[in-house]
Design a protein around this ligand. Structure first.
Ligand SMILES: Cc1cc2nc3c(=O)[nH]c(=O)nc-3n(C[C@H](O)[C@H](O)[C@H](O)COP(=O)(O)O)c2cc1C
Length: 146
């Protein structure tokens, strides 16, 4: 079931984000496509993190930034999924520079999501830029059609 389920769920095309935070002056990030909007009043978004990941522990009760990636940031997506990029990561504080959008969140609640933890963040600040999104579909990065 697990493999078939993953394959089935992979038919749902998503954008790609890197969820970043800072702990004791050290910046951390994890590539996440389980990002979704939840509520406008109050403004809430959600990310779902594998309990086995370091990121899952990092986000516990901690502010975070959702960086929505552009089409040309596939190497950054892979970097924060465990395959180091050939270029330095263009940090701008806790944000990743040149992303399509930044969503700055305060911790709101976390919920049991089976082998994942669902983290809801309250949106405190947003920033959007021009560009095309990086798309993830059936296990590969794609560019959005017109
Ligand atoms: C396109 C893509 C999307 C991913 N989405 C998620 C996700 O939504 N949740 C998650 O827990 N891991 C996701 N991952 C896997 C994490 O990025 C990966 O496990 C990461 O290395 C966690 O590292 P850490 O243990 O250093 O925090 C995704 C990976 C890729 C390439």
């Amino acid at each position: 079931m697990t493999r078939e389920l993953r394959d089935c769920l992979g038919h749902f095309a998503t954008g790609v984000t890197v969820v970043t935070c800072e702990i004791d002056g050290v910046k951390h990030g994890a590539t996440v496509n389980s990002f979704t909007a939840v509520s406008l009043e109050p403004p809430l978004v959600l990310v779902s993190l594998d309990r086995r990941s370091k990121a899952c522990h990092h986000l516990d009760n901690r502010p975070f930034v959702v960086n929505v990636l552009k089409a040309d940031q596939g190497d950054i997506a892979m970097h924060f999924a465990g395959r180091p990029a050939a270029r330095p990561i263009p940090w701008d504080g806790t944000r990743i520079r040149d992303s399509l959008a930044h969503i700055v969140c305060a911790p709101w609640r976390s919920y049991d999501g089976g082998d994942h933890v669902l983290y809801l963040g309250e949106v405190e600040e947003i920033e959007v830029h021009q560009g095309d999104p990086l798309v993830f579909y059936r296990g590969a990065f794609r560019e959005a059609g017109a």
